[in-house]
Design a protein around this ligand. Structure first.
Ligand code: UT7
Length: 322
């Protein structure tokens, strides 16, 4: 059977690191509060010459190199972002051009923090139905551009960055073998007002700023993530104990901890980068994956659960045999 297999990953971060202490000079907050409530110690923030497209291009180049492929081998780019360079064209087309590609489909998906799971699910479907052979799947964000830097409840939580996977079609045995084994995606627009941006091209004609009722989002995140993880495991015929690594969306260390506890998983199996990167929205899952892939924690043959939850609400999970 044709399955979508992982071929390589890459990531990119802006040059500038901003610590909690540095933020506390301009915002009414403290290093202690941010660490205790979120686990974040620092974040990377984009300079004027660093955009979602430049970070995405850098991550995509690293992923191609890691996969041992070039842009000539790619016939699809799906890019997840809530902070595109422009309202249109899609940031994916900018990345395609910057990499020297042309002709093949390249488009953005908008599912905020779950965006990478949506993008990977889309690429997986297109690969398994024969519409693409090798895809670049990218999560890239510059959330710093849509933060209200006077709202301490949100501006301390986010950072900028990008992560990318190269995935491709491979004929594998029905049972065993590498590839994406199961994916589940969800959305529920009823909860749009708990996490949203108060602007947009068709409403205010502005970009707007991030608004969030953090405590309520937290509660929904733990419940929804634990459920979707169980569902994806059941769909693929595995149990929590079979997972080698969970690569979660990096929103808050306490959410990672509470979700792992609900599933009876040790935190030793959870990849944590929220301390270094903060919440990079759609970039966070591939950024965290790439960190653990390059430092050797995630290895070929490992069973890896990717999961995320974000504005919409949207949420999802994907089980991958690397
Ligand atoms: O990526 C999409 C998904 N997003 C998430 O999953 C985020 C989910 N939510 C969270 O991570 C947490 O709810 C937060 C980190 C946002 C907040 O933590 P919390 O423990 O839920 O705190 P809280 O919002 O209930 O606020 C507690 C107190 C408040 O003061 P009072 O009303 O108790 O006096 C806030 O005003 O902390 C205050 N506060 C701050 N204090 C210092 C809020 N932000 C800050 C801050 N520095 N930056």
């Amino acid at each position: 059977m044709i399955r979508t297999v992982f071929k390589g990953s890459g990531s990119a971060l802006p040059r500038r690191v901003v610590t909690n202490a540095e933020l506390a000079k301009t915002v009414d907050t403290s290093d202690d509060w941010i660490r205790e409530r979120t686990g974040i110690t620092q974040r990377y923030l984009a300079a004027d010459d660093e955009t979602t497209a430049t970070l995405a291009t850098q991550a995509a180049r690293a992923a191609l190199e890691n996969a041992g492929l070039t842009i000539a081998d790619i016939d699809l780019i799906v890019l997840a972002t809530a902070t595109p360079d422009s309202t249109f064209p899609a940031t994916a087309t900018k990345v395609q051009h910057a990499l020297g590609g042309s002709g093949f489909p390249a488009f953005d998906v908008a599912a905020v923090c779950s965006g990478f799971l949506y993008a990977l699910g889309t690429a997986d479907s297109m690969i398994r139905t024969g519409m693409a052979t090798n895809a670049l799947v990218i999560g890239a964000e510059t959330f710093s551009r849509i933060l209200d830097w006077e709202d301490r409840a949100t501006c301390v939580l986010f950072g900028d960055g990008a992560g990318a996977f190269v995935v491709g079609a491979q004929d594998v045995a029905e049972d065993g073998g590498p590839g994406i084994l199961a994916t589940q995606l969800h959305a529920d627009g009823e909860f749009a007002d708990l996490l949203y941006v108060d602007g947009g091209p068709s409403t205010t004609g502005t970009v707007g700023h991030v608004r969030m009722k953090g405590r309520e989002v937290f509660r929904h995140a733990v419940t929804n993530l634990a459920q979707v993880l169980r569902d994806v495991l059941a769909k693929a015929g595995y149990a929590p104990g079979d997972i080698d690594w969970v690569v979660p969306h990096q929103a808050n260390l306490r959410i990672l901890d509470a979700t792992a506890r609900k599933l009876g998983l040790s935190m030793d199996k959870v990849v944590v980068t929220v301390d270094q990167h903060a919440n990079t929205s759609a970039a966070s899952v591939p950024l965290a994956f790439d960190t653990a892939w390059r430092d050797g924690r995630i290895a070929k043959g490992d069973l890896v659960m990717l999961e995320a939850m974000g504005g919409g609400f949207t949420w999802g999970a994907s089980l991958l045999r690397v």
